[in-house]
Design a protein. Sequence first.
Length: 106
Amino acid sequence: MREIWALWDEHFDERPQHHHRTWLESRLAYKIQEKAFGSLKPTTRRKLEEIGETGLLPKRMQGDADRLLPGTMLMLAPQRRSRSTRRAGGGVHATHRGCVETTLPG
């Protein structure tokens, strides 16, 4: 962690209140990349802030949110004569008689 804190002190003015290593590494990686390649364009930053505040994707991106991606877990859970597909927590779950769980290849 000494190396992490040395890098942190080099790139930031003050230390965060929590010390979760993965979080620190991700912020450092972004900051180093930002210095090497530049920051986000102001329009892109505004769009991302708006998505974060409202939780609504622009119309042209809404269809992408419903597509199955590699790594998506599919689950079939026992149900009485019902068959449905629904989006739940970032994954898609299908229900039908029987119980099967699979993941699309990545």
